[in-house]
Design a protein around this ligand. Structure first.
Ligand code: 5BU
Length: 264
């Protein structure tokens, strides 16, 4: 299916190049799955791409949790992800003032040089988005910012009034790719979609085929329900990377996400 036809209003209203790129990748792969690749070794991470690359559209990383990280091995890992037609999303949750966030895109990990997407809190104000965009532009690259409007963990402090403010400030900002919503609660997600409107993307962690409570306050909702409530990408971690057979689990999540998307 052509991305333009499949995504409809989302395609028309979201003109950020990286958003369009995601919409195209999702259609090529027939998958609205982002794998949270939370493995602590480079071998473990590379193995995941080999196993599940064809079934996912994006790879979410936490670059600072890898024990044997080196600049060279990371470069090779990113090249492998690109060859597998995957967006790379560093879930860095930036939160500082604009100018420092720009500098934090450089540094040892040099996130600006390989990430297509990053997450940010809007707690310090909207200039953080400009700072992160400037970070990519410093190395001649394009990227997109996902603002945390909700979180999946229990007891988090992103109350509805805070969510409203994040959406109000982020909705019309050209550098904003979209928002992080709570995948574990479809009713909260539907409210978020209503506030966001049809333009920006909503990506949702806290999704698992086994619904319920996870480790240390994580909560899980059903992938189909999340997409039906307005999510444009389900972020799945342990549901795939801790499975006995990650490849077949990734296929199951891809199928659930795509079927729900098509019927939505
Ligand atoms: P899990 O194994 O599917 O629970 O992994 C979830 C991933 O999503 C993990 O990498 C978290 O850092 C990330 N996450 C989350 O779980 N909840 C949130 O609200 C945000 C990110 Br934002």
């Amino acid at each position: 299916m052509q991305a333009e036809e499949a995504w409809g209003e989302r395609w028309v209203f979201n003109t950020l190049p990286m958003a369009r790129t995601y919409m195209e990748v999702a259609c090529r792969k027939q998958s609205l799955v982002c794998l949270a690749a939370d493995r602590s070794t480079m071998d473990g991470l590379n193995e995941l791409i080999d196993q599940v690359g064809p079934s996912i559209a994006a790879l979410k990383t936490h670059v600072d949790l890898v024990d044997d990280w080196t600049a060279e091995s990371w470069k090779a890992f990113c090249a492998k992800a690109a060859a597998a037609d995957l967006l790379i999303f560093e879930d860095r949750k930036f939160a500082d003032i604009g100018g420092i966030s720009r500098k934090q895109m450089a540094g040892v990990y040099d996130i600006r040089s390989w990430s297509d997407l990053v997450t940010a809190h809007l707690i310090s104000g909207p200039d953080i988005v400009d700072g992160l965009q400037a970070g990519w532009h410093d190395v001649g690259r394009e990227g997109g910012v996902l603002l945390l409007a909700q979180m999946s963990s229990r007891g988090n402090l992103l109350e509805p009034e805070y969510t409203d403010k994040v959406v109000a400030k982020g909705k019309d900002h050209a550098g904003v790719f979209g928002f992080i919503g709570n995948g574990s609660r479809p009713e909260e997600l539907a409210l978020l979609r209503a506030k966001v409107g049809e333009g920006k993307l909503i990506w949702t962690p806290g999704v698992n085929l086994a619904v319920g409570d996870g480790e240390m306050g994580q909560r899980y909702g059903d992938p189909t329900e999340a997409i039906m409530a307005g999510s444009d990408c389900i972020i799945v971690g342990s549901g795939i990377h801790k499975a006995d057979d990650p490849a077949s689990q990734a296929q199951a999540y891809a199928r659930a996400s795509w079927d729900a998307f098509v019927s939505r």
